[in-house]
Design a protein around this ligand. Sequence first.
Ligand SMILES: C[C@H](N)C(=O)N[C@@H](Cc1c[nH]cn1)C(=O)O
Ligand SMILES: [Zn+2]
Ligand SMILES: [Zn+2]
Length: 442
Amino acid sequence: MAPQLDGYFKQVDTLSDHFIERLRKAVAIPSISADEERRPDVVRMGQFLADELTALGAEVQQRPLVVIARYGNDKKKRTILVYGHYDVQPAGKEDGWATEPFELTVDSKGRMYGRGSTDDKGPVLGWLNAIEAHQKAGVEFPVNLLMCFEGMEEYGSEGLDDFINAEAKKFFADADAVCISDNYWLGTEKPCLTYGLRGCSYYSVEISGPGQDLHSGVFGGTAQEPMTDLMRVLASLVDTHGNIQIPGLAELVAPLTDDEKALYGDIAFTMDNLYESLGSTTSIYPDKEKTLMARWRYPSLSVHGVEGAFSQPGAKTVIPAKVIGKFSIRTVPNMEPEDVDKLVYNGKWWVASPKHWNFTAAAKATERVWGVKPDLTREGGSIPVTLTFEQATGKNVLLLPMGSSTDAAHSINEKLDKKNYIEGIKLLGAYLHYVAEEPMTS
Ligand SMILES: C[C@H](N)C(=O)N[C@@H](Cc1c[nH]cn1)C(=O)O
Ligand SMILES: [Zn+2]
Ligand SMILES: [Zn+2]
């Protein structure tokens, strides 16, 4: 099966330093979508991708903060639509990074540190690298590839749903299936295919009182303090065991069936995997099954920060006049967003059937590259555009992660292991070969 793959794999190994250099250039562009001052860097990163794709012979179109491209237009081949994002979460050395976040730093164990290395510049470049390795190996590209790379994913993907819906019957019209590489393995050893995501509902609570910030010595004890009230509100939302305290919310969650319960035992995941990712043993549950269920099939509420509050070192004695608390709820089947909230940003949960040829092809590719059958997982994080692609194209969507559980996406010292990057490039290419061979059943 897929006989040309050995030549392709060999070429990926030969080009590995070149592929790491490509990642180094991408990480050096601080494309932080949440920071308006960095918006030109998000645009620059989109241009970098567009230039690389053009050089590889793809037809490229640049839209506001989205790069779309087509590689190949052979009616006899299948067409696969892939999505990824080239914006990143904020990062600064002062947050506690051991290295400069926007300089790719490779250590002696092959860990490649840098913001965006795993989320999601490494996987996005994986598709470009797969094209280049096919060209240089003289191996025919097995499918037509449609690409949709976004620059605002970490800032709510504003406008992207409308864009995808508008292009569903145009640029994306001939897609047979969709593949997204933007999540992570459960541990560090075993690859997985992912068929479910939690949704994300993001809220802010604004509390104001005095007309301006006040001296706490002069006015403390005489004025109502917004920060004190905000802390009380935030603390009332969730208890220390992770139980959400909002009345009625738990009743929205789909009941656990015996069939679903039986799935968790076979998943290759241990509490040590969790402790390694946490960098501590401060878990809520002591056992694997409850931990996986808490991540995949129950909602969670996290408090993220407070705008307007003093957060520098030292002891500023001010009473903030206005504070805005930020928290989010990760949602699961059957929580409908409108039932959950009156909120600011919303991304709905997604669960698909993994019994589609798209998943079968990815499972075969995983076995060929990693020598092991992948686990079928769900993901605690959110990629709201997944459901949009599924609904707009009517096609099966597969999540095919490249990075591992210890990659620290969104955190300090984000990294991608060189092995995951290089074998991941092989995996993406092999997936396209197996996709081309699968009988099309739907
Ligand atoms: C899993 C994916 N790589 C990711 O990080 N998704 C984000 C999506 C998001 C929601 N609000 C802002 N970004 C996540 O799950 O937090
Ligand atoms: Zn991501
Ligand atoms: Zn992210």
